[in-house]
Design a protein around this ligand. Sequence first.
Ligand code: 2F8
Ligand code: CA
Length: 278
Amino acid sequence: MDQAYMGMEEISGSNIKLRRLVETSEDNYIDDEVSQTVQCETTGLGLPVTQGKSPGEMDTVLLHRLYNNLTSERNQLLTSYNNLTTKREQLLTSYNNLTTKREQLLTSYNNLKTEKDQLLTSYNNKVKERDQLQTRFEDMTKNRDNLQRKLQDCQGNWVAFSDSLYQVSLEKKSWEESRQDCLQKGAHLMIINRREEQNFVNQFKKSLWIGLTDSETDGRWKWVDGTRMTTSYWNSGEPNGGRSENCGEVRFYDSENSWNDAPCSIEKFWICEKRVSP
Ligand code: 2F8
Ligand code: CA
């Protein structure tokens, strides 16, 4: 065996020529030194017969054996190298395919991201639009309800003037019954605060109960909402009824100062007023 190792060292140190087999463009990736595959000429030598050989012949036999072993080993390495090269090329192709795929996916991802941003913007705009429509719808609903109320009021012979609706009764009642009738209608006997209202009520050319009374304290006239009468339109000489005439009416409608005080129990036409929210 010692001889055999010595022989190996000698052989590995000898000038055995390696011939390059593959020099195609496919080898571009491979380091030049490594890419050289070698081919060994197989000799086909079998096991040598050692009996009866001289030492020189023994050396030759051992050298042949070593040469064959090394050749076999080298061929196995070459096969392994070629397999690894093929494998590496396959992996490189696979890597390139994956790189292409990754770039495609990246492009697709960026497109989807852009699309998502556009959809988000569109969604936000739609939300704003919906809220605006909702507000508009609520405004229109309120408006419709107001118009409906006004229509109903018109159908009940209510007359619009300034910020109020007015209804003149078709029958006669006492002042208190008249007051109750207005309350049932969500209204009250007319309260006159402004000259325009005073002129307006005179236009009906009718004697009408209004929401004025001094029933609590004689001479202390108050409106039905509890406020003190400050501006008055008494006809000349009125009020003159003392304790017997405690309710106010519009009577002398041809004059701007058309008010009279009269007994509250007398049945007269009356006028209700309903405020309309602006
Ligand atoms: O002339 C005014 C006077 O007219 C009537 O009396 C005659 C009224 N009475 C009734 O309406 C019951 C008074 O209140 C009024 O002052
Ligand atoms: Ca009077």
